[in-house]
Design a protein around this ligand. Sequence first.
Ligand code: ZN
Length: 239
Amino acid sequence: MDSPPGYPPDIQPVWTPWVTFHVINVQKENSLYLIDTGMSGAIPALKRTLKNRGWDHLPIRGIVLTHGHYDHTRNVAELVRETGAWVAAPRLDKLHCEGRFPYRGWSRACGWLEACGRRCLGFQAFTVTHWIDDGDSIPIGPGWTAIHLPGHTDGHMGYLHAAQKLLFTGDLFASFGALSHQPPRFLNSSPHQIARSLELAASLNLEGILPNHGWLATPARHLEQLHRLAGRHRDREPS
Ligand SMILES: [Zn+2]
């Protein structure tokens, strides 16, 4: 299987019904890295995808989390046990990663959903080996930088590959064509920061976006949706 249309050959999305996550193949290391880990059913989907790409013989060396929500972290412990991978996560999402975040206001619904998910679908604690702050280099090869995009969670982080002009945007927004939107209010811990984060992402010199929620589309199409959404926010700002 080749890379999906519009994707660079070293990046492979793993599509599952709830959430997409991504595999990066650092060819000169013969190593794989994951950006997030998906939810129930994601590990079989990951294994199928790696087999189809012919990457199933390569070791997974590291897992980088965009934020600490359940649908991005559910499989970390199992994957670490299977592969010995290190885990990197935003420092400000420490309590999310530990399942101890004190949700307030509307976002208490998010805490309730996560608690239900943990109880019904399972969750195992994991150890974060690298805490990430804004501007940090990411240990998956040269040229990767963390871009703090708070709002969905306090620590929510994008990951930029400057040479490829690609940005992994986590849950900054959901990319569904004309229906693209920022995450619903009850899923955001600090929603007042989202407009600024959209603006920051839209200001970067990019050729593509890789979101965790969205329709199947090329990174360039997802970038168009980011610009459209940021533009809508800008139009709503009082002049
Ligand atoms: Zn989330």
